[in-house]
Design a protein around this ligand. Structure first.
Ligand SMILES: Nc1ncnc2c1ncn2[C@@H]1O[C@H](COP(=O)(O)OP(=O)(O)OP(=O)(O)O)[C@@H](O)[C@H]1O
Ligand SMILES: [Mg+2]
Ligand SMILES: [Zn+2]
Length: 309
């Protein structure tokens, strides 16, 4: 005789009481708490609640009956890590968009190491620069209200100007959530030149507006060469706007602010930068040369070292 599915299940449960008990318990549990968490927690979530996506999928087994057919019985809820993750993503997005040099994306002020310099004078100068950077970040609101930025100077190349400016920029994004544009002075001009082919008007021109208005602007390596008349006009326009609107601007350069007067005519740029920035000295010692020497020694060992070295 043919059995129905129900009859088959009934006789199975009769012969296997432990299975019957498990099914009963499962049903009782579903009745008291019909919502099941479907997401499998992983270490990617700091709370070990979600799979690292910031969302938790849930299912309500009580909604499996026909009267709930129209409703979804599965949905997702934000995990406790969601807000943190959103903030983190926002920071990453701001850093990606900022143009902070790729090699310095992770650079922090804390890991800026004054003891890497050889002479005591350099170590002292780097220590003062580092302390000023920390203070600047701590007191950013005040700096912002005063419209003051920093001018990182050392005549020597490879002393850490771009490295320290990047570390400050990273901290301003991470701690204060600021919008930053970071670019080399030459790139600023070539970007504008590409767009305007020598015709600049100070009206509503998008790209200039970005550099005028961005919350914090970092211009790396200014005054490395004598600017063209066009370059000077654009540069003046941006600096002038930022000074008048008390916008925080950073510069790195191997010319002192005072020496800018010899490069930009009539002292117009020089006097403005003097007003909007505090000069911060970096050591007259190249870390880059040391790094290069060490890196090359390591590579030489790979290429020319004895077998078994
Ligand atoms: N105090 C420091 N701690 C850790 N790394 C440093 C420090 N100073 C410099 N460096 C390293 O030295 C190298 C050169 O630094 P950086 O590019 O900032 O020099 P620079 O002064 O901007 O040079 P240039 O005048 O050529 O632009 C980088 O690889 C940077 O990581
Ligand atoms: Mg540099
Ligand atoms: Zn989570």
């Amino acid at each position: 005789m043919l059995q129905t599915v129900g009859q088959a299940l009934e006789s199975l449960l009769k012969s296997r009481p432990e299975l019957a008990k498990r099914m009963k318990d499962a049903n009782a549990l579903l009745e008291t708490n019909p919502v099941e968490i479907l997401t499998i927690p992983s270490d990617k979530c700091p709370h070990r609640s979600c799979d690292g996506s910031g969302w938790i999928w849930k299912k309500d087994w009580s909604k499996r009956t026909p009267e709930f057919r129209e409703e979804s019985d599965e949905w997702q809820e934000p995990c406790a890590c969601y807000e943190q993750r959103k903030k983190q993503n926002e920071i990453s997005r701001k850093i990606d968009l900022s143009g902070i040099p790729f090699i310095f994306r992770e650079a922090t002020v804390r890991s800026f190491d004054p003891l890497l310099y050889k002479s005591q004078k350099s170590i002292d100068t780097a220590t003062i620069a580092k302390q000023a950077a920390v203070k600047f970040i701590e007191n950013f609101e005040e700096m912002k209200n005063a419209g003051k930025g920093l001018y990182l100077f050392s005549e020597k190349k490879g002393s850490g100007k771009t490295r320290l400016a990047s570390s400050i920029a990273n901290a301003l994004v991470k701690v204060h959530g600021v919008d930053i544009a970071f670019l080399k002075a030459n790139d600023l001009l070539s970007q504008i030149k590409k767009t305007f082919s020598n015709e600049i008007s100070t009206s509503e021109i998008d790209i200039i507006q970005v550099f005028r208005k961005v919350e914090v602007l970092v211009i790396d390596d200014i005054a490395i060469e004598k600017p063209s008349e066009f370059a000077e006009r654009v540069f003046f326009d941006i600096v002038d706007y930022r000074l008048e609107h008390k916008k925080v601007t950073f510069f790195t350069s191997n010319k002192t602010i005072e020496n800018l007067a010899k490069i930009y005519k009539e002292g117009r740029v020089h006097s403005r930068i003097n007003k909007m920035c505090l000069e911060l000295y970096l050591p007259e010692e190249s870390i880059r040369d040391d790094e290069a020497e060490k890196e090359n020694a390591d590579i030489e060992k790979i290429l020319f070292g004895q077998a078994g070295d």
